[in-house]
Design a protein around this ligand. Structure first.
Ligand SMILES: [Zn+2]
Length: 246
């Protein structure tokens, strides 16, 4: 079964055709949600990539407005750069070097020019997730994930090695991580319409401002699985990103 719907668009600089993909809407419920708001399906992010580096000419551009004629679902009957050649700027995520390269891309985009708030929020949110990717699923380092037959020894031990190294890289970059979250907080507080549910309490938790997280959660009238999970991690004084549902 095809899990994605393809769409096509052209680079505004060289007119090369690129193929994009959207997860079929009926599959969104089967995806994994993380506390930072990142959603993965089959290990692929479901958020649409709005910042594109053209694989043909290297021009950076936004694909924001999913309307014809710029974006079409019709196969253009021309040579097309497949999704894999440009999504995440062609980065390979199977090791930490790829993850660091993604961080660098976002940092460079942010350093290059001034963006309107909506775009800056988008880029900073993806930068936040990219830092978290260094130690996302950190719980897998525990022996229980080997013992319960979830992974073979070979897979588990190489994944574990990558996560332990990723954790070191995360700590090494903690100042840049915090700076990004501080700036994202300022933007989201100014533009509440851009806030995702529980995004603010989660940002404070990841900044280790646990009292502020608690204060924000106590203001909410309803308790959900997500809020109880944040509270549980607060009690452990744990600031790492975690899996909410999966
Ligand atoms: Zn191009």
């Amino acid at each position: 079964m095809l899990k994605y719907d393809s769409y096509y668009f052209q680079c505004p600089n060289c007119n090369a055709w690129l193929e994009g993909r959207n997860l079929k809407s009926e599959l969104v419920n089967e995806a994994i949600l993380y506390s930072d708001g990142k959603v993965l399906y089959d290990n692929l992010i479901t958020t649409r990539q709005k910042m594109v580096l053209c694989p043909s000419c290297g021009h950076a551009f936004w694909v924001e407005d999913p309307r014809e004629p710029f974006i079409t679902s019709e196969d253009p009957q021309a040579a097309v750069y497949s999704w894999n050649t440009w999504r995440f700027f062609g980065i390979n995520f199977s090791d930490n070097r790829g993850k660091l390269a993604l961080i660098q891309h976002y940092q460079q985009f942010l350093a290059k020019t001034h963006y309107e708030p909506k775009r800056e929020i988008y880029l900073r949110r993806l930068l936040w997730w990219a830092y978290n990717d260094l130690h996302r699923n950190f719980h897998y380092i525990r022996l229980k994930y080997l013992l319960n037959g979830f992974m073979s020894y070979g897979v588990w031990s190489s994944y574990r090695r990558m996560l332990l190294e990723g954790e070191k890289l995360f700590i090494k970059n903690i100042k840049a991580f915090n700076d990004n979250l501080h700036r994202l907080l300022v933007l989201l507080e100014k533009h509440p319409e851009e806030q995702a549910d529980l995004e603010l309490p989660e940002i404070y938790r990841e900044l280790r401002q646990f009292d502020k997280t608690k204060e924000l959660l106590e203001k909410r009238s309803s308790r959900t699985h997500f809020t109880s999970e944040i509270l549980r991690h607060l009690r452990w004084k744990d600031a790492r990103v975690f899996m909410v549902t999966g």
